[in-house]
Design a protein. Structure first.
Lengths: 389, 258
């Protein structure tokens, strides 16, 4: 198994009374509540953690969100540029530039090709659909997002792999008549591909394309459903069954000296769910295209009716979880190193083997020192045992 | 009475409400299709033959996958005008439908007898940092509700009271509007310069309490159409045809007879 470190670099220092009064911590909260000096410290700490991972043999993940306290990394390519130069050994995953929000996939491919060359082939490319407040902050139409996602991927892959001079693309969502990037990527025809989704329809398409399917804070049942769709789609297409290297899981992970410390410090990670996910209804259940219209009765009504069960979007089910609940759902692995190892092993027995574990191991008010300690302990006493799994 | 019929053209089934007799009045709806039970329909149908299509994607009207722009809607309705057995019709557009009606009026003025725009969107009036039209997608639903109606407590939809079918329709309406009008938001930057082509008698009606597009926007819209008359309807928001159906119908009928 390979471990990947993800710090979304949230900004937890907004006064509680401001957060309580705000309808959303994403999309609409004024940036006057973000002190650039504190933000600079957070960037420095996060990048130091990534460099520590380079020494520890933990791969690193750069992601991107916009206009919210949940993530100060507003541009994955910028962080990739730093990591490309400063890390030396580990693989670097972008998970990812928000391709449903960016207007020009060719530019995205160009940035990825540069990062792959600068890392001399250590880049991995992840695709995420994004959604919710990202549509507002990116001025991107939430309708048609899935088709736009796939067309962007097709154009990015053709841009990365095309070697013979300009080609033309006149698609439904993107047109670019003269595509020709310099340099092309180090890895041919392109770096390894990932996508984050728990949606079985999208997972099935990932299966047909052989793209790594990583879950981000998905329950055991959701994971089984998505990976089942992945396997089934491959079987139906007459493709060989996927190996464990096609699957990844993202969880809050914290190893402490004792179970007590692991849970106590690890619980700080749940800030991401309990504070960082809070979003206004216009970015959630009333976002056009967020649900199929047929699900509207269960979602729109405040008082569910018999026969029409209430419908909740996946994120809504995550808010308010305790550490015990998160551990039971496979969303969190926390305790002493033996416990963490056992929890991961048990989780694999339930959802099936997966090669990639993404460690969301710093969030909320967890300090840099706490995160560093947890990472070192994980690398010393958990990772070696996982690598022989 | 009230069951919509289907008009088949160019591979799509367009839902149409037809009611009454008299001079033909084609109504293009706004954020939601006209409710077949809405009092305004009968009030108008006493004086005109009302023909009210449901835009593809809204209500129960199917939408082909590649039918997804205002351009498609405008072409579709120009085709509908060709198919109708009338030399000319009066065209009324409400809100989003007002945008479509204005586009049709500049494209094909010779098919129109008269034009009525009601709390219409479709143009950019103010400077680049002043939105003319409330962003109904990115604004809190409570604020959208407050600004849509003169009396939201009486008229705003109550999701808990609505039947399943109505809620599904409501979600389809919102998705379809978003598809057609997300960007540029509810307007065509090029339309304003062509409004001078509208050479038919035009009435611009506006709810005095409209907080989605304010009356001053309506006045500016009206001023760009040669000879257009601007009238306010008191105690009505963005949907005067619902909140003040009698006063609304009275203004429309007076204009039709004028």
């Amino acid at each position: 198994m390979q471990a990947w470190y993800l710090n979304e670099n949230p900004y937890p220092f907004v006064p509680p009374h401001v957060l309580e009064a705000a309808d959303s911590v994403r999309g609409s909260l004024p940036n006057k509540y973000c002190d650039p000096k504190q933000a600079a410290d957070l960037f420095e700490e996060a990048l130091d953690e990534y460099l520590l991972c380079d020494d520890l043999g933990i791969n690193v993940v750069s992601n991107e969100h916009h206009a919210g306290i949940n993530c100060l990394f507003g541009a994955s390519p910028l962080i990739l540029g730093v990591l490309a130069r400063q890390t030396k050994k580990v693989r670097v995953l972008s998970l990812g530039t928000l391709i449903t929000v960016r207007r020009d996939p060719v530019r995205v491919a160009e940035e990825y090709a540069m990062a792959d060359v600068m890392t001399r082939g250590r880049l991995e490319i992840g695709f995420v659909k994004s959604g919710g407040s990202e549509m507002a902050s990116g001025n991107a139409n939430p309708i048609g997002i899935v088709d736009r996602f796939w067309e962007a991927i097709d154009l990015i892959l053709k841009t990365l792999s095309h070697r013979e001079g300009p080609f033309s693309w006149e698609g439904k969502y993107f047109t670019h008549r003269h595509v020709n990037i310099w340099p092309g990527p180090w890895q041919q025809p392109h770096p390894p591909l990932w996508a984050a989704t728990g949606d079985p329809t999208t997972s099935a398409e990932l299966g047909r394309r052989g793209i790594i399917n990583v879950m981000v804070f998905r329950s055991i049942e959701e994971t089984q459903r998505a990976w089942g769709a992945y396997r089934q789609a491959r079987a139906q297409a007459g493709l060989p069954p996927p190996g464990p290297d096609r699957f990844g899981h993202t969880a809050f992970v914290y190893a402490g000296d004792t179970d007590e410390e692991g849970i106590r410090v690890g619980s700080k990670l749940l800030w991401f769910l309990n504070t960082g996910l809070r979003s206004a209804p216009q970015y959630g259940k009333f976002l056009p295209g967020a649900i199929k219209p047929e699900a509207a009765p269960g979602l729109y009504r405040t008082k569910p009716r018999p026969g029409t069960p209430a419908v909740a979007r996946p994120a809504a089910a995550l808010i308010g979880l305790t550490a015990e609940q998160a551990i039971a759902k496979g969303l969190m692995f926390a305790g002493n190193p033996d416990t963490v190892y056992r929890q991961i092993k048990e989780h694999q027995e339930k959802v099936g083997p997966y090669e990639h574990l993404v460690l969301a191991s710093r969030s909320g008010f967890m300090t840099h020192e706490e995160a560093t300690k947890g990472l070192k302990l994980f690398a010393k006493d958990v990772l070696p045992r996982l690598q022989v799994l | 009475m009230g069951t919509p019929e289907l008009l088949r053209l160019h591979g799509l089934d367009l839902e149409l409400l037809r009611r009454g007799s008299g001079p033909p009045l084609v109504i293009l709806h706004g954020f939601a299709p006209l409710d077949p039970q809405a009092p305004v329909l009968d009030l108008l149908a006493a004086h005109a033959e009302v023909i009210a299509p449901t835009h593809p994607g809204f209500g129960h009207s199917p939408r082909p996958d590649d039918f997804d722009t205002v351009y498609d809607l405008v072409r579709l309705y120009l085709e509908v005008l060709e198919r109708l057995p009338f030399e000319k019709v009066t065209l009324m557009g409400l809100s989003f439908g007002g945008w479509l009606a204005a586009e049709m009026a500049v494209s094909c003025p010779h098919r129109l007898e008269k034009l009525i725009l009601v709390d219409a969107v479709g143009i950019k009036v103010s400077d680049r940092e002043t939105p003319d039209i409330l962003d109904v997608f990115n604004t809190a639903p409570t604020e959208v509700r407050r600004r849509s109606w003169h009396d939201p407590g009486r008229w705003a939809p109550d999701y808990d009271a609505m039947e399943d079918d109505a809620l599904v329709g409501h979600a389809r309406n919102r998705d379809a509007l978003c598809l057609y009008a997300w960007d540029p938001y509810l307007h065509n930057p090029q339309l304003k310069r062509w409004l001078a082509r509208i050479a038919v008698p035009t009435l611009v009606l506006w709810g005095a309490s409209d907080g989605i597009v304010k009356p001053d926007y309506g006045r500016a819209y009206s001023a760009l159409i040669p000879g257009a008359r601007f009238e306010l309807i008191e105690a009505a928001g963005h949907h005067p045809e619902i909140e003040q159906s009698a006063a609304f119908a009275e203004r429309v009928v007076a204009f039709l007879r004028h």
